[in-house]
Design a protein. Structure first.
Ligand code: HEM
Lengths: 284, 420
């Protein structure tokens, strides 16, 4: 029986593997710099660039697998998907962020994607170790729905993609002429994926709400903010339709929308608007 | 390219400036209406006015289709207008997200600008209407030049359009009531929000209310304050018949026996009796080597029919059982309709019953009695627009899934442009 007590035995190896992966990436860069300094004398190389990339990818994959096994064992031993508490959702965030980081790295070859996603994934592990928030809560009847798992997974996947989009936007803002076309393409692509998933999560939430609470949309503060967030990304997507060269303002909209996303996810509870709200999400 | 070209205001082709002026002007009109007439009254959209509003949107869209080469309609159904309207809607929902909102029938709304009742305020309603109009024209324009490969566009925009219309007009025709029914009785009356008694075209006979509970937890409470320890960060231990040992702070716990539906014998022991008045009980060994404490005894949370049992650990602390949380509750009912139909059904959370345009939801029960409750409450929702909502919703969901692949296609297309 796996419980949170065993978390460290999976989390630490995963983090070590990811750290190794980032070191390999970084080490390769330094090495090639040194090599080009010595007039490109390839004979000092132990591994080729390509081999470094492959090694790094395998290390990442091993970490993802170790972490995935922990989630699977937790699911089996709790007899419900581990998605109820904050600590449990962080597990998924870590898992998907590292997996998606790997896939995107293999596709676009930007080092920052891999190192960024692995660092953030590790930060979520560290938060889970320091502040577990794992008081096991049984699933109340309203949460026992076939929509629950797809709803949460779409949202978490979407958060991971939209975080990557935000980093890409920030990197682009640092460039004078915004001319890195491969990065702009990545940004467009990742926003489409992230936004598609965001809408799937939101709309499945509406289908579920209808079955569980009798109405598909109640303008509860969380729903209101999800709507605002969607509108932010919608503006970005439509602005881009008529843009040939990306504008700074458009990049700022990506960052602004991500702030809205964070408010939807975490911030809503602290807003005055949520204080007087009828709690749609509790049955009592 | 086109948006950097210099041109004067109001000179064709119109773009963002004119769109901003339009959306700003419309918001201003809305604010003036709000100040003078108060909230928009959704009830005026009640059948058949809602249908007439829908017809108006279709007629205007038809007009656009006929005059689709006119520069006015080109502007009104163009990207700058869409973006600006979405931004306008975003602005007012942002207010909704920041200012605490008041529900319907709340008499003391404070904000003359309608900021605490945004969904019923004029600026929001006007922008919503213009969004629907614009979306309808955008979609019609694309359908004029129909291409199969635009399937994602059609699903997203048509789906959203249907959803916005059905939800917007549907808000006026929607009715929700809560009905309380006692076992063995038949009920057809409900109370409205205003407290008036209404008779519905639907009656519910409750045959049986059934409930299951989760295995409860153990906690150690301070006798004085009644708070679980450690103070402020209480630890609850989930009773588990597989992983039988655990601890709370420095108190070790071990489950010796657990009975989910227990009734107390005359002495302090329990036996399994599946009946409404039963409650969970656990035989637990609790020890604390540091102070040399060890005891094995029954702990029970108690309920309306049975006393609770605790283990006294020392002068301040007691080992107690938490109240079990509901796992499932279900009503076995017969629903009668005016059209003389008799429908037997099991209604459960997440498993509502549909009868004509009515939806019956399991709502609540007598929580003091829990499992032994003999009353059950239902929420009855009348929503004639719901089938359209579902059509729009599922089209939109399909469109969103496609968008995930669509992005990849877009990135490939842009690769070939010469401008970026
Ligand atoms: C809120 C209301 C919306 C409005 C007013 C609107 C408006 C527009 C307009 C004017 C276009 C350009 C059409 C053209 O080039 O002929 C467009 C394209 C597009 N919209 Fe929307 N849209 C809305 C919602 C959405 C939603 C919810 C999504 C995605 C889930 C979406 C995704 C797209 C995509 C992907 C395109 C590009 C289609 C293509 O080029 O094939 N839009 N939209």
């Amino acid at each position: 029986m796996i419980t949170w007590d065993s978390f460290l035995y999976f989390a630490l190896p995963a983090m070590v593997l990811w750290a190794a992966s980032v070191l390999v990436l970084y080490g390769r860069k330094k090495k090639s710099a040194a090599v080009s300094g010595s007039n490109g004398d390839g004979s000092v190389k132990v591994l080729t660039d390509k081999q470094f990339s492959v090694l790094s990818a395998w290390l990442t994959l091993a970490g993802v697998a170790v972490f995935g096994v922990f989630i699977a064992l937790m699911w089996i031993s709790m007899e419900r998907p581990p998605m109820r508490t904050m600590g449990e959702t962080r597990l998924w965030y870590t898992f998907f962020l590292s997996a998606i980081g790997l896939v995107m790295y293999l596709k676009w070859k930007h080092h920052w994607i891999l190192s960024f996603s692995l660092v953030v994934a590790s930060v979520f592990i560290i938060i889970n170790i320091a502040k577990p928030e794992i008081q096991s809560k049984d699933l109340m009847p309203a949460l026992q729905s076939i929509w629950f798992v797809p709803h949460v997974i779409s949202y978490i996947l979407s958060y991971a993609f939209l975080s990557a989009a935000t980093i890409a936007a920030i990197i682009l803002l640092y460039q004078k002429d915004l001319a890195d076309r491969s990065l702009v393409r990545l940004l467009d692509n990742v926003v489409y994926i992230g936004f598609g998933l965001l809408m799937v999560g939101l709309l499945l939430g509406a289908v579920w709400a209808k079955e569980a609470w009798g109405h598909y949309w109640s303008w509860d503060p969380k729903e209101t903010w999800a709507f605002i967030t969607a509108a932010g990304y919608l503006i970005f997507i439509h602005l881009r339709l008529r843009e040939t060269k990306i504008h700074r303002l458009t990049l700022w909209i990506v960052i602004f929308s991500f702030v809205l996303l964070m408010i939807t996810w975490k911030g809503v509870n602290y807003l005055p608007a949520a204080q007087g709200s009828i709690h749609v999400y509790s049955n009592e | 390219m086109d948006d950097t070209k210099k041109r004067a205001w109001w000179q064709a082709p119109w773009g963002y400036k004119e769109s901003f002026a339009f959306v700003g002007g419309l918001s201003l009109v809305g604010i003036l209406l709000q100040l003078t007439t108060g909230n928009f009254n959704f009830m005026i959209l009640e059948f058949p006015v809602g249908l007439i509003a829908l017809l108006l949107v279709l007629v205007l869209t038809g007009l656009m289709v006929i005059r689709h080469r006119s520069s006015f309609f080109g502007w009104f159904s163009g990207v700058p207008m869409s973006v600006t309207i979405i931004a306008g809607v975003l602005f007012f929902t942002l207010i909704m997200g920041l200012v605490p909102q008041h529900g319907e029938g709340h008499s003391h709304a404070h904000s003359p600008l309608g900021f605490d009742t945004v969904t019923r305020s004029w600026p929001f309603v006007l922008l919503y209407a213009v969004l629907v109009l614009n979306l309808s024209m955008v979609t019609a324009r694309r359908l004029l030049a129909f291409r199969w490969r635009d399937y994602a566009f059609y699903l997203n925009h048509l789906g959203l359009l249907i959803l916005l219309i059905a939800a917007g007009i549907g808000a006026a025709d929607l009715r929700r009531y809560v009905m309380h029914v006692t076992e063995g009785q038949t009920e057809w009356r409900v109370f409205s929000d205003q407290g008036d008694m209404l008779e519905l075209p639907l009656a519910i006979h409750l045959k049986d209310f059934y409930m299951e509970e989760y295995i409860p937890k153990l906690a150690i409470i301070d006798k004085q304050s009644g708070e679980a320890i450690p103070a402020g960060k209480p630890q609850m231990w989930q009773i588990d018949t597989v992983k039988t040992t655990g601890s709370i702070v420095d108190w070790k716990l071990e489950v010796v026996d657990y009975i989910h539906e227990a009734v107390r014998n005359s002495d302090s022991t329990y036996r399994h009796v599946p009946m409404p008045g039963s409650c969970p009980a656990v035989l637990v060994k609790v020890s604390n080597p540091a102070v040399g404490f060890e005891r094995t005894a029954w702990v029970c949370g108690g309920n309306f029919a049975q006393l609770y049992m605790t283990i006294e650990l020392n002068d301040h602390l007691n080992l107690v059982m938490t109240r079990p949380e509901p796992k499932l509750y279900r009503s076995d009912v017969i629903v009668y309709t005016q059209s003389e139909k008799t429908i037997p059904a099991l209604i459960e959370v997440n498993k509502p019953l549909q009868v004509e345009n009515w939806y019956v939801y399991q709502y609540s029960y007598d929580s003091d009695l829990g499992k032994a409750s003999t009353t059950s409450s239902f929420e009855l929702v009348y929503d004639p627009w719901l089938p359209w909502v579902y059509i729009g919703l599922w089209m939109f969901i399909a469109g969103s899934v496609l968008l995930i692949w669509e992005g990849n296609k877009k990135a490939k297309l842009k690769k070939d442009d010469h401008l970026g």
